[in-house]
Design a protein around this ligand. Structure first.
Ligand code: FAD
Length: 420
């Protein structure tokens, strides 16, 4: 029986394992299906990572390598090229790899850190024929940055999530022509810094409130039809424009990779598509923790690391305290007006020493706004912001003083626009 098994060797799994090791656990195994550790960071060869954690601007592989080296200096065991097939509520982990075949491992605690996957054409139902040349932006990123293939020469990008924005710049730098980035919402789904550095700096237009209504081509993509949409995201007849291109990249959202969590019986949040977690990243199953993009999609890896250290620390506490999960008053954190999700969703009040940090996203762009923490109609705390967008995760801290004022175990986080 291992102390801890970590499923996934991306930045979340690495940070959780490292934290648990330094809290006193010695028998830790990280299981990674890929040939190497590092997760999605290995294909993110652009810079912009590590400003919070290391106060330096690193590329994705450099950021990952810092943690890979830190893990190499511990006794943590790493199994790469090994797929986790099943996790049970009894904390058995079914794995398969070439050297050992099918094996069942057991642990006192588990950290789920499987990251997320991209939405595909099928998930959003774009009509048209099925020619070659349609990729998710992340798959194209892997081809270009890791395998050395340029996936196309004349490119249209659907969706303005960060991966799409970054690929607009990458394809341009590699010699392709990027015609535009087409976004169905009236605002971009990506970070402001990526819109400026990846589109504006290269004169790539961003068509907001537009979508692709048809993909044409027999063997390879030949053109796409782009139309404006109304407030219900329905194409407006007469606004269609045809663009000749050979490639379509899709950046239309990420889905936390939770098949293993579901199989284990972990309760999921239908807003995040990730596990419902407590303040220490413990899921509904005592001793099973989750962190990183498998819980909710993060925009910055530095925040993934922060959250995963919390999960690793808590997993170590769980094992060292012999599986005693904390009891005490339970608070539910609810999504109030204009908030699409909040993590953690549950807080065990007795476990909060000074404060607990809440991460959340809003449903549209707000200029001057007020974030309020409310319980039973009473405003317990207020935070001002000058600009909030759905593409950027927001954070506020719930202090011990505020926690003590919460009525009936329920608190709501709300956002409203204010006039200044
Ligand atoms: C294109 C792109 C650009 C980005 N740009 C930036 C940026 O500029 N700055 C920034 O700070 N952040 C950026 N990010 C975000 C950052 O990379 C992610 O937030 C971070 O990598 C998430 O870490 P994770 O460990 O949760 O997931 P991942 O990195 O996805 O790692 C999950 C790991 O789990 C493994 N796994 C999954 N299922 C199994 C299984 N069944 N068995 C075994 N192993 C499994 C996967 O193979 C993977 O290695 C970007 C992300 C992307 C996709």
């Amino acid at each position: 029986m291992h102390d801890l098994i970590v499923v996934g060797g991306g930045p979340a799994g690495l940070a959780a394992a490292y934290a648990a090791y330094h809290k006193g656990l010695k028998d830790i195994v990280i299981i990674e299906r890929d040939k190497e550790l590092g997760g999605i960071l290995n294909q993110c060869i652009h810079n912009g990572f590590g400003l919070h954690q290391f106060k330096e601007e690193l590329t994705g592989p450099e950021y990952a390598n810092r943690f890979i080296e830190m893990i190499a200096a511990t006794e943590v065991e790493v199994l790469t090229d090994t797929m986790v097939l099943e996790v049970t509520p009894e904390k058995q982990v079914h794995i398969v790899n070439q050297s050992g075949g099918y094996q069942i491992l057991e642990a006192q605690a588990i950290v789920l850190a499987m990251g997320c996957r991209e939405r595909t054409r099928g998930a959003i139902g774009i009509p048209g024929s099925r020619p070659a040349g349609i990729y998710t932006a992340g798959a194209a990123q892997r081809y270009v940055n890791m395998e050395g293939y340029l996936v196309g020469k004349k490119v249209m990008i659907l969706g303005s999530g960060d991966i799409g924005l970054i690929m607009a710049r990458r394809m341009t730098l590699e010699g392709a022509e990027v015609l535009a980035c087409v976004e169905v919402m009236p605002y971009s789904g990506g970070l402001t810094r990526n819109i400026v550095q990846c589109l504006d700096d290269y004169d790539i237009p961003l068509f907001l409130s537009h979508t692709i209504t048809d993909i044409r081509g027999k063997n390879r993509v030949e053109s796409v039809v782009v139309a404006e949409v109304d407030e219900n995201r329905q194409p407006i007849a007469g606004t269609e424009q045809v663009f000749e291109c050979d490639t379509v990249l899709l950046s239309v959202g990420l889905i936390p990779e939770n098949e293993l969590s579901k199989g284990a019986g972990v309760v999921l949040d239908r807003r995040t598509n990730g596990a419902i977690v407590y303040e220490n990243m413990e899921t509904s199953i005592p001793g099973i923790f989750a962190c990183g993009n498998v819980v909710h999609v993060h925009d910055l890896v530095d925040f993934v690391t922060e959250e995963s250290i919390k999960a690793g620390d808590a997993a170590a506490d769980y094992v060292l305290n012999q599986g005693d999960s904390a009891e005490g008053e339970l608070l539910t954190i609810k999504n109030g007006e204009h908030v699409t999700y909040v993590v953690p969703q549950k807080v065990r009040a007795d476990q909060v020493d000074k404060r607990v940090e809440l991460s959340f996203r809003v449903n549209k762009v707000y200029d001057d706004s007020l974030i309020t923490i409310q319980s039973d109609g009473e405003v317990l705390a207020k935070f001002k912001r000058t600009y909030i967008v759905p593409g950027e995760m927001e954070k506020v801290k719930l202090s011990r003083k505020v926690i003590d004022k919460i009525h009936n175990g329920e608190v709501e986080i709300c956002v409203e626009e204010v006039q200044v």
